[in-house]
Design a binder for this molecule. Structure first.
Ligand code: PSU
Ligand code: MN
Length: 308
């Protein structure tokens, strides 16, 4: 698949020189946020990574090529087309490549492409997980299976309460994915800092996180292959407390069910609906938490690049 991968010049140079690089996903641009905040956020994310001393590599599939590091016109296309471009998870990649099509990559597909490129650290907003009612719907995000198999650290603000967070953590444990809480003992719930559910280990510095990544991939353990989840709570000043957001989430879930929304459409629908119901407050929180994740990811990438 490496033959199908294009790195931007900047990303290629940084990787060759062993400099820190942070992957960014593109589904959050096309399917996760409305215009015009989506493009603004994509650009701010890249700036945030640079300000922290790393090189950003936004990932997507453009015209049947895997890309790490997008040109601004490519970012603009994803932002403008929105849900008109494919939402590309692992299973979609061969289909888009064969057809020469364009797709915005989810956490799963971004991890896979980052790993092919040799990028070890990736910042997103929230990961996909086990949906509520998965016992009958079987709706479990491919993000979890990718975390099980692909050696990339994913910095996120936890997972949204549109999901079943307890089952999401159960499945991560089953698949051997360590869950680190950055300056927290609790797995954060995206808009809210707490979920009442514990992380596997609290760590208070990027340096300590980098040490776990080295242990995971390089240690005497022979190199474990999977990913690591780094959960970074939304900054307190931008948090929407659980009591305030939960009724909107319940409403959005009920609407999705009534409209019969299924499969890959579920997460984008719920995000957009919660955005409407909170009159944009959830979007503002979403933007702040993803910027916060880009900063931490860049710090971790810098610590990782510093060697032993
Ligand atoms: N969660 C968010 N915002 C997002 C997504 C998840 O808060 O934009 C996107 C990510 O790209 C994630 C995908 O990988 O949704 C998960 O989709 P699904 O549940 O269909 O696997
Ligand atoms: Mn799904």
């Amino acid at each position: 698949m490496k033959d199908l991968l294009d790195l931007s010049d900047e990303v290629a140079r940084a990787l060759a020189a062993g400099q820190p690089v942070v992957a960014l996903e593109s589904t959050l641009i096309s399917h996760g946020m409305p215009r015009p905040q989506n493009l603004q956020t994509a650009l701010r994310l890249e700036a945030e990574v640079r300000a922290a001393g790393a090189v950003p590599a936004t990932v997507a599939v453009i015209g049947g090529r895997l890309k790490a590091g997008l040109r601004s016109v490519e970012l603009e296309v994803l932002a403008r087309e929105g849900t008109g471009v494919h939402k590309a998870s692992r299973r979609d990649l061969p289909l888009l490549l064969a057809a020469g099509e364009t797709g915005a990559t989810t956490v799963a597909a971004t991890m896979l492409i980052a790993s092919l490129a040799g990028i070890r650290v990736f910042a997103t907003g929230g990961i996909g997980g086990v949906h509520r009612g998965a016992a009958t719907s079987f709706d479990i995000s491919a993000d979890l299976m990718e975390l099980a198999r692909t050696p990339v650290a994913v910095v996120c603000a936890g997972a949204k309460a549109i999901l079943d967070l307890k089952l999401t953590l159960e499945l991560l444990e089953t698949h051997g994915v360590p869950v680190i809480g950055y300056r927290t003992d609790e797995f954060p719930a995206f808009y809210s800092r707490s979920s009442g559910l514990p992380v596997d280990r609290r760590l208070d510095s990027a340096w300590e996180i980098a040490r776990v990544l080295k242990a995971q991939w390089l240690s005497g353990a022979g190199g474990l292959q999977g990913g690591v989840l780094v959960a970074n709570p939304i900054p307190p000043e931008h948090e929407i407390p659980h009591e305030r957001i939960s009724r909107h989430i319940e409403q959005a879930l009920a609407d999705a069910q009534e409209l019969g929304i299924e499969g890959a459409g579920v997460t984008p629908f719920l995000l957009a609906r919660v955005g409407e119901l909170t009159a944009g407050q959830s979007l503002a929180a979403n933007i702040e938490l993803v910027l916060n994740n880009a900063r931490l990811a860049a710090e971790v990438a810098c610590a990782l690049a510093e060697g032993p």
